[in-house]
Design a protein around this ligand. Sequence first.
Ligand code: ZN
Length: 328
Amino acid sequence: MELSAEQKAALEEQKKNCVFCRIVAGEIQSKKVFEDDLVLAILDINPARKGHMLVLPKEHYPIMPLIPQKAFEHLFLRVKDLTYCANRGLLSQGTTVFIANGGAAGQQSQHFLLHIIPRDKDDGLSKLDPAQNDIPPDEIERLSRPIANNLPLLIQNHYQRTGQKYPGKLRMPKERLIGIIEANPPLLDTVLKQPDEFKKLVPNHPQLRDLFAGQDIEAILAEVFLRHGRMYPPKKSMPAVAPHEPIEAEFEETKKAKEKSEDGMQKDDEHEDDEGDVFAALGGIAKDDDEAQEKETKEAPEDVEENADEEREKEEEVDLDDIARLFK
Ligand SMILES: [Zn+2]
């Protein structure tokens, strides 16, 4: 989070009056129980239980999102250590780790800190369960989708805006990926007309690779096709195939695709808009019929390769102009 000049000035003013900064500086007495160069833990003067600790970064940060990544990692690793030691040293059965982040959540200090409270069964303290609110299940259901769809993208954008790399693999919801494809006509066009090329593009394109990491691309493409009233994997235009004879039908289709691609190689340019023919040329060589593949590769590899290269070039344009824009 970047601060404006005014916010920085206000922060400096806040530090001057901060009790916890003065505790860190040793100007106010405290019961220090743990200290390193970045973190201080003291006993709370109004403890909920024996061993109730306040853990704070030595630097003054008003709220959690302002703590830099490294400092945050260090702080929370110490919280883990202190929680473990509280359980061992104080023979408590558990701990409540409590953070009030922001005034609305009950944060009283202007210096970010958190509480570690040793707990025992039947210790008389509440379990700090927020009382259940009366939100109907369908409302929760309705909210879950936009939250799940937008949260990963917001996090990704936050990291990109601050020039950092997300330290892991963000998993985008399937709905969100479909939305990204749907919102980009050139990308959608590529997916619908050249799904095999699109699948080849994904692992080689940094942004697409991150977006689709760990995703079932087949399921996503199938859903996109379904929404556009098409079959996936795409079939050449033929009478509908009865579901109980897929293997035979596919064999027939492979044969026909092969025949068509053998005599149709030269006609590809005339048929650019005809999906079936594009697939015959591009997809035909990727069929599972090894002999057909070998034969075709021997007989007419150049036309196919050239055509595929052209398509790839087209897709490169799509990446730069349309996909990159999504991440601005
Ligand atoms: Zn402070």
